[in-house]
Ligand binder design. Structure first.
Ligand SMILES: C[S@@+](CC[C@H](N)C(=O)[O-])C[C@H]1O[C@@H](n2cnc3c(N)ncnc32)[C@H](O)[C@@H]1O
Length: 330
C-alpha cells in the first residue's frame, strides 16, 4: 500500500500522536473522494490497524477531526462514515462486554512506531499512564528521545552488551534488535521491577520477533530486576553489560536510593568498565538536579550528551517537554 502521500498523518495515526497536534496542514484541501479513501486506507483501514488496532477512542477522535476539516469543503467518502460507525459499534460492544463480565481487556491497545515505509515496531500498550501499580505499561517520551539518539549515534552500540533498567513496554530493546536496522549491538537485556511490565515486554518481543528461534541472540531478552534486589539477579545467565540504558526513571525520589544502589552494584560488577545513558523528561528540575547531585557524591561523572535537541526525529515526538540525556561514567 502506498502511504507516502499521507506519510506524516499515517505515521502519527499509527502511534496515536495527539490528534490536535497532527500534521493536518499537510492535507491539500479540498480532498477529492479518491484522496479521502486513500487517507482512510493509510490510517483506520490500514492493515496494521485492522490486525492490531490502536485505541478505539483515539480512532474515533481522529475520524471526527477529519470530518470537521472536510465538512466545509466537500462531500465525504463512505469509508470515512464507515470508520466512524465501526468505532462507535465497537465502543458499544466493549461497554456491553465490560458490564456483563467486569472484564478490563479493552484497557490495552496497540501502537505502531513506523521507522521507514514497510518498517515498524508494534507494541501492545496500556491505555492508562498508571496501571497495575506501575507507570511502565506504555511508552514515554524519554524512551522515544533516547531511541532517536541511539539511531543517530549507533557507534555507541559497537558490539556492546546492553542492559536496560525500568524498560517498561520494551520499545528501546526491540528497536536495537530490529533486523533491518543492522545495529552493531551485542546482547540486549530488558529489565523492569514490575512483573506486569516484564510480561508485556515478553509479549511485545514475541510480537516483533516471531521469526526468530526461541532464545536467539537476534531478539532482546527480558527479565525481572528490581533495583533494591540487584544482588539477587542471576547475572551469570546473561552477558556482562557494557552499556546501561534507562528512560524516564527519575521522577520519584523515594526510588533514588535503590536505583543508585543498583548502579553501584553493576558498575562494581564491571569494575567501572561500563557506561550509562540516562534519558529524563524535564518535569521537575529540582528532582533531576537532586539525582545528579547524588550521582556526583558517589563519584560518577555526568556529562550531558551533545546535540540531543538537534538529533533528527525518527519517531513522532511531542516536543512540549524537553528531554535531557546524560552519559554516566565512573
Ligand atoms: C515511567 S516508566 C518508563 C518506562 C520506559 N523506560 C519508557 O520510558 O517508556 C518507569 C519504569 O521504571 C520501573 N521502575 C520503577 N521503580 C523501579 C524499581 N525500584 N525497580 C525496577 N524498576 C522500576 C517501572 O516499573 C516503570 O516500568
Amino acid at each position: 500500500m502506498d502511504c507516502t502521500k499521507f506519510g506524516k498523518l499515517h505515521q502519527q495515526f499509527l502511534c496515536c500522536y495527539p490528534v490536535n497536534k497532527m500534521a493536518w496542514s499537510t492535507l491539500q484541501l479540498p480532498l477529492d473522494l479518491d484522496a479521502q479513501r486513500a487517507l482512510i486506507a493509510a490510517t483506520c483501514a490500514h492493515p496494521l490497524n485492522q490486525r492490531f488496532p490502536v485505541r478505539r477512542s483515539y480512532q474515533e477522535a481522529f475520524v471526527k477531526r477529519l470530518m470537521q476539516l472536510l465538512k466545509d469543503h466537500e462531500e465525504l467518502h463512505d469509508d470515512i462514515y464507515d470508520s466512524l460507525c465501526g468505532q462507535l459499534a465497537k465502543a458499544t460492544l466493549d461497554e456491553d462486554a465490560t458490564s456483563s463480565t467486569g472484564s478490563t481487556s479493552s484497557t490495552y491497545a496497540y501502537k505502531h512506531y513506523v521507522l521507514q515505509p514497510e518498517e515498524h515496531i508494534t507494541l501492545k500498550e496500556c491505555n492508562s499512564f498508571v496501571s497495575e501499580g506501575t507507570t511502565g505499561l506504555c511508552t514515554w517520551e524519554a524512551a522515544l528521545a533516547l531511541a532517536d539518539y541511539l539511531l543517530e549515534h549507533s557507534s555507541l552500540l559497537n558490539a556492546k552488551n546492553v542492559l536496560e533498567l525500568g524498560a517498561g513496554a520494551g520499545l528501546l530493546g526491540i528497536l536495537l534488535k530490529q533486523r533491518s536496522l543492522q545495529l552493531p549491538v551485542g546482547q540486549v537485556l530488558l529489565t523492569d521491577g514490575s512483573a506486569p511490565c516484564v510480561q508485556l515486554m515478553r509479549d511485545n518481543i514475541a510480537l516483533n520477533f516471531q521469526d526468530e528461534p526461541a532464545n536467539s541472540e537476534l531478539a532482546p531478552k527480558c527479565a525481572q530486576l528490581r533495583w533494591d534486589q540487584v544482588s539477587q539477579f542471576p547475572w551469570s545467565e546473561y552477558a556482562t553489560p557494557d552499556l546501561l540504558l534507562a528512560a524516564d526513571v527519575i521522577y520519584d525520589d523515594t526510588q533514588f536510593e535503590s536505583l543508585l544502589h543498583a548502579l553501584d552494584y553493576i558498575f562494581n560488577l564491571r569494575k567501572n568498565r561500563c557506561q550509562m545513558l540516562l534519558a529524563s523528561t524535564v518535569r521537575n528540575v529540582d528532582t533531576l538536579h537532586k539525582f545528579m547531585q547524588q550521582l556526583e557524591e558517589r563519584h560518577y561523572q555526568v556529562t550531558p550528551c551533545a546535540n540531543v535537541s538537534a538529533c533528527s526525529s525518527h519517531f513522532c515526538r511531542d516536543h512540549t517537554a524537553a528531554v535531557q540525556i546524560v552519559c554516566i561514567k565512573r
